[in-house]
Write a protein that binds this ligand. Sequence first.
Ligand SMILES: Cc1cc2nc3c(=O)[nH]c(=O)nc-3n(C[C@H](O)[C@H](O)[C@H](O)COP(=O)(O)OP(=O)(O)OC[C@H]3O[C@@H](n4cnc5c(N)ncnc54)[C@H](O)[C@@H]3O)c2cc1C
Length: 420
Amino acid sequence: MVDVETQSILVVGGGMTGLTAAIEAAEAGREVYLVERNPYLGGRVAQLHQYFPKLCPPYCGLEINFRRIKGNSKLHVLTMAQVESVSGQKGSWDARIKIEPRYVNEKCTACGKCAEACSMEIDNPFNYSMNKMKAAYLPHDMAFPFRYVLDPALAKSSEGQAVKDACPYGAIELDMQAKTLDIKVGAVVWATGWTPYDPKRLDTLGYGAYPNVITNVMMERLAAGNGPTNGKILRPSDAQAPKTVAFIQCAGSRDENHLPFCSSVCCMASMKQAAYVRAQYPEAKVYIFFIDIRAMDRLETFYADLKKDENVIFFKGKVAKIEQDGVTKNLVLRVEDTAAASLNRINVDMAVLATGMQPNPSIYHQPAFAQRDDYGFIAAQEVTPGFFSAGCSRSPLNVSESVQDGTAAALKAIQSVVRR
Ligand SMILES: Cc1cc2nc3c(=O)[nH]c(=O)nc-3n(C[C@H](O)[C@H](O)[C@H](O)COP(=O)(O)OP(=O)(O)OC[C@H]3O[C@@H](n4cnc5c(N)ncnc54)[C@H](O)[C@@H]3O)c2cc1C
């Protein structure tokens, strides 16, 4: 049992929201445990190519946060870790945390010799399985912590020993075991974020059946310099530059059969991605099929600027079906034109489904007392005294809203342990 004073705070989820909450609370003098199930911090933001509206790389903001973590001895980061149980009350929570083995210890310098010696390959989850990677891997080139991971299959295989022998620093421990850590804290911030709606459930839109139908999160990785195509947006079927790209808004959103709500960021995300396409391919044509465009506050300027581009066509209409030409793998979109009340067939090289944000499935491992709203998000910021939810575990939000929400949760958590 780790004996931690009940003035400390547990933050679950190391995305933008949890990172912010943890750093703010630690900089205000609290002892903080930040628990993240991935082998790196940053959440979904780490997988974005650029942020709207300024189109700057997310790593600008993330790196500043990582520097703040490094300089703060009160902030304890646990990666590859999940909360198994949490119980108690304001000022006195008992949390059980399970830490999966990384098989690589802190002596790792990320020299990459283990990956060179490794032949086993696995799907790359950071790139939404669009490519393979070595089973001894750095999660991505800006990962924090900057340390390799061994896939369990490699650690347990006959190849594991050769990979271990290739490490000049003695950083690989093939017999590393999962650990359980029991901690006592005074307050909890739950920031487990979101997951994309499953595009396979949109059975008329061809995801999974047609290689050139992708999702908005995949488009972020295709455009990213550290993505599967080194930043070149290419058609998955033939690795050719697309001449026409369609963005299908509300793919499953605002639909009672799927997600009945609006995720609020998808319009801006597609407009940003249209800008990625146009920046790479000056001749390319982009269609954005929408019900209505949602660009709030100052984001309206981004929308207005994109509308000036005559190669970007905003088409008010619902894409009812996507079909594929079996030879060229081009796509045929059947679109209801809302204004003209007509049915259209539009041919494109590639289609991007703007799927919405739903609460992370891990939300269901949260304590039973955390009530959910009609859409599955945690219903209240203060779930119960001393236990707070924040960011996209509570509602679909953009990054600046997530940062604000994480900061608010840190303040609430600090107040709750100070005012006991
Ligand atoms: C296609 C797309 C593009 C976007 N582009 C932009 C943009 O350009 N600008 C912008 O402002 N916003 C953008 N967003 C929104 C942005 O992604 C969110 O605002 C942001 O990810 C919210 O951060 P979060 O920390 O709440 O959630 P997440 O990013 O989901 O982070 C949650 C973290 O919790 C971890 N976690 C989950 N469960 C557990 C558990 N049980 N135990 C431990 N850890 C756990 C996860 O691994 C993850 O690291 C975009 C969204 C989409 C869909």
